[in-house]
Every structure is written in C-alpha cells, then in structure tokens.
Design a protein around this ligand. Structure first.
Ligand SMILES: [Zn+2]
Length: 454
C-alpha cells in the first residue's frame, strides 16, 4: 500500500524533516519501503493502490514511556502529594484489579484510549496481580499496540491488599516474562517493575537486577520524584550515597532501565545514570499535579542524559502525549520564568550578591525553555532511543516498522487550512491545541489499529 500525505519524517533537536506532498510505501511485512516526494516516488507505484490522505499529515507514532494502566480510572484526583495520594486514591484503585475480569475490561479501554491519541508504543505498569498483568498483555496483543508491560512488585510498606510475598513476586514476574517477553516478533516486551525503592526489599530489587540481565528485559521504576519520598529513601537505605545509588547497588541500572521523574538529582547521580545508560522519563504534568517539582529538562539533556516522555496516568490527567509534550514546553518556561522572577526580586531587594548573579545567569542559560519540535522529538525518536528501539521506530524511514499516525491539522487551526510550508507552526498547534478528533488513524507495523469515526 502507498499513502500520499504530508509527511513529518522525523523531529530532532536540529529541527523537522518534512516532505510536503509525500508518498510512503508500507510493505506486506509492515515495514516502510519507498518514501519521498510524491513526484519522485509516484513512477514506482504504477498499478498499485495509493490512498490519498491529503490534506492530512502522517507522523511517526508516539512513544509513552511511563503510564499506569490501573490508574486510568483514578485520574485527576487532586489535592495531595505523592505518598498520601498513593494511599488515598491509587492503592484502592489498584486493589480492584484482583478481579481479573475488571482488569481485562480496564485494559481493553486503556489500550484503545492510547491508540486513539496516536500512541503506538507504551511502557506500562500493571498491578501486583499476575492474572491482571496477563490480561493486560492479552489485550495489548489483541489491540495491536506495541507495549512493554510489567507486573508491579512491592513486598513492603504497601497496603495489605497489595502486599506481596517476596519469593512469589519474583517467581510470578519471571513467569510472565517467560510467557510474554519478545512475543509477536518483539512487539510485546516485558519490564520487571518494582514500584519504587520504599516499597521494595533489597532482596526483591537484587532479584530484579539479575532477572533483567538474564532475559534481556527492561527494568522500570520511579526515581527522585517527591522530597518526602527522598527523605524516606534516605532513612530506609542509609548505606546508599543517594537515591540513584540505591538502584545501582541492586544492579538495576543499565541501558534497558527506565526511571520515571528524576527531578531532584545531584551531579553524582546524573553521572551514574549517564555512565550506565539508564533513561529518565519526564512526566511534567504528573510532576505539577502532585506538586513534586519541575525537572530541569534542558539541563539534563545538555548533561547527556537519555530522556523520553511519559503521561504517568493517573497523576497525569490523560493518555495524550501531545498534551504532555506541550506541557514539557510549558514547564520548561515556568522553570525559566521562576528563576527570572527570583532574580528580579533579589535585585529589587538590593540583596543580589555577586555569587547569586553568577549562579542565576548560569541557571537562566542552562534552563532555557524547550520548543515543540524538541518536545515532539522526545515523544517519538527520543522515546525510541530510550528503549533501544530507534532502529525500528521513532521516525518514518525505509526499513523501519511502519508505526505512524494520520492527523488532521485543520482541527487545530483556528483559521482555514493553511498551506503546509511552516510545519513547525502546525506541529506547535497540534501539541498545544490538541483536538480530540485530530488523530484520524493509528497504524502499528502497517496494521490499522485505530480509525476515527466519521
Ligand atoms: Zn508513575
């Protein structure tokens, strides 16, 4: 099949690669074949079907690196910080997944929701329940989405309903990994998923480090989100030099490790992450919602850290990575503006020392806002890199698997349809002004997994 549309080939920190009126071939294996300007490619497709989608756009599918399936039904419960929020809203929601029929129905809605927003790859936390995790995999398999899923592990400091026996937690996780990791030629993958250091024993986390290496599977957990949490980790692991060092000691860091948040990291921790190739997942809407803070995105990127984006539903309010990417820009602007305001305040109060001047002018440069192209890069190729899957997904390129979305740019434009000569502006509108109907179709490996009605 050939698709004729405006093609957003890739987004990188250097800018967009873009073809107005392009043609993309998807072969019977679900890979991208020929791709280029319509006039150049058209002679190669004589007699073969061409679907003309203009004025719609085709973009690479989005990669959500951090989202909690069971929390989808407990989103947007405002008013608390991380630890009381977990106790009050989240643990009770997760406990309901002991009923695997509840879990199955929720999983079906969840994956449909992701696909309808243009997410083609999702890295997912299930609950502690083995059957519910298995149901999540089965629904992901059915829906066609590309997914990395893990059974949550927690063997201490959890509510009774979710508390696990250490050996059982490890055995069940390993069994699920054996069943699902690599299924459908690698479309479904496993992530060992200790919730976060405070709810996991050292024995459990060491086992996770070993199992991740044994199976070449992912490891996902949370890192350095909330200040109260940081204090708790210090109390629980006095021998560790930092929160990141806890995971290092357990053998959990490495190129297949995804750590959500990473807001309050010192330079030693960042070095550890960089040297081990561990990736951070930036979830700015969740961080604002739970008043956790603003991750200095630009600074962490300049520091050489691998970073992608996650919606972190249910602390994040929706499954939309468009909105998450827009908020990543907003959060970076708020961080910069906050510093600017503080400088102004200090200047007015006459208390602006030379040392502060040096520190703040450095901070204002280091924390310069990111733009929509950079944010969209994180939501696509950046996420693919964090997973080590950038040879397969993240951009539209010959030989890659055809994970893409068809988007109607007219729905985000308050004026009439414009000629697509300024794709950066249209992309900016897609992020900041995401319209619920703008994703017209979502394809994974060339298979249509979602189509909008009407
Ligand atoms: Zn999370």
């Amino acid at each position: 099949m050939f698709y004729r549309a405006h093609l957003l080939i890739s987004a990188s920190p250097e800018g967009l690669e873009w073809i107005a009126d392009g043609l993309m071939q998807v072969d019977s294996e679900g890979r991208i074949g020929l791709i280029g300007a319509y006039d150049e490619i058209a002679p190669h497709c004589e007699g073969r079907p061409v679907q003309d989608l203009r004025p719609l756009w085709i973009l690479p599918g989005m990669v959500d690196l951090h989202v909690h399936l069971p929390q989808h039904e407990a989103v947007a419960m405002d008013g608390l910080e991380l630890l009381p929020w977990l106790e009050t809203f989240i643990y009770p929601a997760e406990a309901r997944f002991a009923d695997s029929e509840v879990a199955r129905r929720a999983a079906a809605r969840f994956f449909d929701g992701l696909l309808s927003r243009g997410t083609t790859t999702a890295v997912v936390y299930a609950t502690v329940h083995e059957a519910a995790t298995d149901a999540a995999f089965r629904e992901a398999e059915r829906s066609g989405i590309r997914a990395v899923i893990g059974k949550v592990m927690m063997d201490r400091h959890g509510p009774e309903a979710l508390q696990e026996d250490t050996a059982a937690s490890i055995a069940e996780s390993e069994g699920l990994c054996q069943t699902w990791h690599g299924r459908d030629h690698g479309r479904l993958l496993y992530a060992f998923t200790p919730r976060f250091a405070p709810t996991c024993s050292a024995e459990l986390m060491r086992a996770v480090g070993n199992l991740g290496a044994k199976y070449g599977a992912y490891i996902q957990t949370h890192l350095s989100e909330n200040l109260q949490e940081l204090e708790w980790v210090k109390e629980l692991f006095p021998e560790a030099s930092s929160y990141t060092d806890v995971y290092r000691r357990m053998g959990m860091l490495g190129p297949r490790t995804l750590l959500a948040h990473g807001i309050h990291l010192d330079s030693t921790e960042r070095t550890l992450l960089r040297e081990t190739g561990s990736a951070l997942v930036h979830c700015p809407r969740s961080n604002a919602f739970l008043r956790s803070g603003i991750m200095p995105l630009r600074r962490w990127l300049e520091d050489g850290l691998t970073v992608g984006l996650g919606t972190d539903v249910g602390a994040g309010p929706s499954l939309s990575l468009w909105a998450e990417a827009a908020f990543a820009c907003t959060a970076s602007k708020l961080l910069w503006a906050g510093n600017q305001n503080l400088v102004d305040h200090l200047k007015r109060s006459g208390a602006y020392s030379e040392l502060q001047q040096t520190e703040f002018s450095a901070a204002l440069t280091q924390d310069a806002p990111v733009d929509p192209v950079q944010a969209f890069h994180l939501a696509t190729l950046g996420g693919a890199r964090a997973l080590g899957l950038d040879d397969r997904i993240g951009t539209l390129a010959t030989g890659k698997e055809a994970d893409f979305v068809v988007v109607d740019p007219g729905l985000v434009d308050p004026a009439e349809y414009r000629a697509p000569e300024a794709p950066e502006r249209t992309l900016s509108r897609m992020l900041y002004r995401e319209h619920p109907g703008m994703v017209r179709a979502t394809y994974i490996r060339g298979r249509q997994c979602f189509a909008a009605q009407g």
